[in-house]
Design a protein. Structure first.
Length: 205
């Protein structure tokens, strides 16, 4: 079992997740802002942005201890195991998003037990098709070499990345999803225009 020192190490390497309302808008790349703040299905938007050239690569799915901030967000005891699922969402043949989901044991009961066997199906499609789904306000973070939580197999981090996370409720049972936009994601390009209709909405908040 991991020691408390290991947990502290995880804590210090975590990004500084904050409510999107507390992050200055000017600090977020304008072309990425609407992706971070949109409350709709990221899966659907990636499918559209990639011209339907989208697939999910599962990196890892196993029972383990969530990170400290994930436990706090979900209201879990610090030693409570959960099913942690890590995937890469590919668009147009490129790794666009690293997604990490934390599903507590108590959530994966009853009809939601089926989520234990997602394989390479996108979790987002399941969440947004569920009539009981509720979503918490978004938290966002900027990842650097000091606090990156992106798997090492994705290569070395050369510039800051942006990510978001939120808690979903299905049948009043919580699970957490975080999504980190990877360097190949076209939203980092200043001239990237997909989703302008969303951008205008959040510029005025």
């Amino acid at each position: 079992m991991p020691t408390s020192r290991f947990s502290n190490k995880l804590f210090h390497r975590e990004p500084a997740w904050r409510s999107y309302r507390r992050v200055p808008r000017h600090s977020i790349p304008q072309s990425l802002r609407h992706w971070l703040l949109d409350q709709g299905s990221l899966t659907e938007r990636l499918i559209a942005a990639s011209g339907n050239r989208f697939h999910v690569q599962v990196l890892n799915q196993r029972w383990q201890l969530p990170r400290l901030s994930e436990c706090r967000l979900l209201g879990l005891p610090s030693r409570h195991h959960a099913l942690v699922r890590e995937v890469i969402l590919h668009g147009a043949g490129q790794p666009w998003v690293y997604a990490r989901s934390v599903l507590p044991m108590a959530t994966l009961t009853g009809r939601l037990r089926a989520m234990r066997q997602l394989d390479n199906r996108p979790l987002g499609a399941l969440l947004f098709s569920d009539p009981t789904m509720e979503r918490s306000p978004m938290e966002i973070a900027c990842l650097t070499t000091d606090n990156t939580v992106v798997p090492t197999q994705l290569g070395e981090l050369h510039h800051p990345l942006w990510g978001r996370r939120s808690v979903f409720q299905l049948d009043k049972k919580p699970l957490m999803v975080s999504e980190i936009f990877l360097p190949a994601f076209p939203g980092y390009k200043p001239d990237y225009g997909y989703g302008v209709e969303y951008q205008t909405k959040f510029e005025n908040e």
